[in-house]
Design a binder for this molecule. Structure first.
Ligand code: B12
Ligand code: SF4
Length: 466
């Protein structure tokens, strides 16, 4: 059996012409995991094509084609699926989007795997071999984390990913932020056995480990046990944690001791009403500057995610947030536009209110306005977000950041900052082009032509969004 596993591109992440360069890429484990799960008795020839870093040679043939999709890559996944089906291959779709939009995905595939594939993907392949393929595969049993095996990392393009040493310690998140896909896709928060993860980390030849977990501290006792063991390996690591990490000094101490160099954290908004309206309870009433100081004292850098377009946001939020972000000591601010991902209650609510303005899934990547905001126009949201990006990544803002602790990381902050500056500018530029192409009929153009706009011009050619 010849199996072809395809990771589709999106205009943000694609080989050669994407916005993300090597320095901002970390390797997903989806396809390496599926490869490792192929039953050996099939004697299959398995090939992975990762469109984020290589082109898909469409003359490649296969008996079974497995394609993964998140919402932002779903259109491209469907395009490839249709082509391979036309050539007679058995096409299987899986991942977040096909799980939450199964009927839609079935229009492009012979079968859809819903949720985790640790048991259902091998079962599906054995069914293909026996000529009894079903349309939908979904594991009916409660998921045991020991089923997560080490991915087959042999086909990860190490030279194309700064973060090629990626690992999963847990899946899901116990928090319930309204806009997040985590608790819709993952049935529960689960942690892998400490010894399994430690073995995987030991086997990595990378000094730095990139944890893919949505929230590494969802089970604090487990996290303490894990970080105590990780500390013995003398690695550096980065990963995601919710802001309540600072509430537990013992946990924080272990995190620092285990080699943590940076945390990606969802600050989301500087406005309490936005946090309340989206159930971001762990952020409510928190002084962000205290969080940053605590982490900086331990030598941990903070990549801070902010989102604009909450229903409680109006146009005054942009200036206020830009000012705050520039003066606060976030090492790397990441600025996104509120995105109602299908499968979340937010999407259902906005759809019921007739506020979803495009179903072009390629735009669902946190960088485009895909809905009608409550207290401003779509153009104001797009341009206001650009303004925050520009201010947050101005040279003046950088100079402020270079004088904060920890001093040893100044060169690192500088390099990452310059990389992010470049990337955020490209996002704003391409976003402007997309807004004109996609939203002009809805909200008017983005750029100086729009009277309600705050930002500068965005010019150029259409980036061919599929
Ligand atoms: C690596 C990663 C990325 C990579 C690659 C993403 C990709 N797949 O294209 C990059 C950096 C490009 C990225 C970017 C973004 N990401 Co991202 N990312 C991840 C992350 C951290 C890890 C994915 C991973 O490797 N998981 C480990 C593997 C083993 O799990 P898995 O992929 O779920 O696969 C399992 C099952 O789903 C199933 N399966 C999956 N695919 C298939 C296919 C087949 C054929 C079969 C049989 C089974 C199967 O089998 C696997 C084993 O059980 C996840 C969070 C997470 N921990 O999963 C977010 C996540 C996928 N990203 C997300 C988001 C929101 C984004 C961004 C919008 C963030 C931003 N603001 O910029 C962008 C948008 C990108 C775009 N193109 O649109 C969301 C997805 C939301 C959605 N509905 O689309 C996630 C779930 C995080 C979250 N909780 O919000 N991301
Ligand atoms: S804390 Fe992060 S991962 Fe967890 S539900 Fe909220 S946004 Fe999602």
């Amino acid at each position: 059996m010849r199996i072809l596993l395809i990771h589709p591109q999106n205009y943000l992440q694609r080989h050669a012409t994407g916005i993300y360069g090597r320095g901002l890429r970390y390797a997903p484990l989806t396809m390496p995991t599926l490869k490792a799960l192929v039953p050996p008795e099939l004697g299959a020839d398995v090939r992975i094509v990762d469109e984020m870093v290589e082109d898909l040679d469409e003359t490649l043939s296969a008996d079974v084609v497995g394609i993964t999709a998140i919402t932002g890559t779903a259109n491209r996944a469907y395009e490839i699926a249709d082509r391979y089906r036309a050539k007679g291959a058995t096409v299987v779709l899986g991942g977040v989007h096909p799980t939450l939009r199964t009927d839609e995905s079935l229009g492009h595939a012979d079968a859809v795997v819903r949720g985790y594939a640790e048991r259902s993907w091998p079962a599906l392949l054995l069914d293909v071999a026996a000529g009894r393929l079903q349309k939908v595969y979904e594991d009916p049993e409660p998921f045991d984390p020991s089923l997560i095996i080490a991915p087959d990392r042999s086909s990860i393009h190490r030279r194309d990913y700064i973060g090629w040493g990626t690992v999963e310690m847990s899946r899901g998140c116990p928090n319930d932020c309204e806009f997040c896909i985590s608790h819709r896709f993952h049935p529960n928060y689960i942690c892998r056995r400490v010894e399994d993860v430690i073995e995987e980390v030991k086997a990595l030849r990378s000094k730095t480990v990139f944890f893919l977990d949505p929230n590494l501290i969802g089970d604090r006792e487990h996290a303490k046990e894990f970080f105590s063991e990780l500390a013995k390996l003398n690695k550096w690591w980065v990963g995601c944690a919710s802001l309540d990490v600072v509430d537990d000094p013992e946990l924080l101490g272990l995190i620092a001791k285990s080699g943590c160099r940076g945390l990606l954290m969802g600050f989301e908004s500087i406005r309490e009403e936005a946090l309340k309206s989206s159930s971001k309870s762990q952020n409510i009433g928190r002084r962000y500057s205290a969080v940053i100081d605590t982490l900086h004292d331990l030598g941990i850098l903070v990549q801070a995610c902010f989102v604009f377009g909450f229903d409680t946001d109006d146009t005054s939020v942009f200036e206020e947030a830009a000012e705050y972000i520039v003066n606060a000591k976030f090492d790397l601010p990441q600025i996104s536009i509120y995105t109602p991902f299908p499968g979340t209650p937010v999407f259902d609510r906005l759809e019921a209110e007739g506020r979803i303005t495009t179903r072009n899934w390629s735009l669902y990547n946190g960088q485009n306005v895909v809905f009608r905001p409550q207290n401003m126009s779509a153009a104001e949201l797009a341009c206001g977000t650009d303004l925050v990006r520009k201010r947050a990544y101005s040279w003046g803002a950088l100079s402020k950041r270079l004088f904060v602790k920890p001093l040893w990381v100044k060169p690192l902050v500088f390099l990452s900052y310059v990389g992010f500056r470049f990337y955020q500018h490209r996002i704003a530029k391409v976003g402007g082009e997309l807004a004109v192409a996609e939203h002009a009929p809805l909200c008017g153009p983005r750029g100086p032509a729009a009277p309600s706009c705050f930002g500068e011009a965005s010019a150029g050619t259409n980036p061919e969004v599929p």
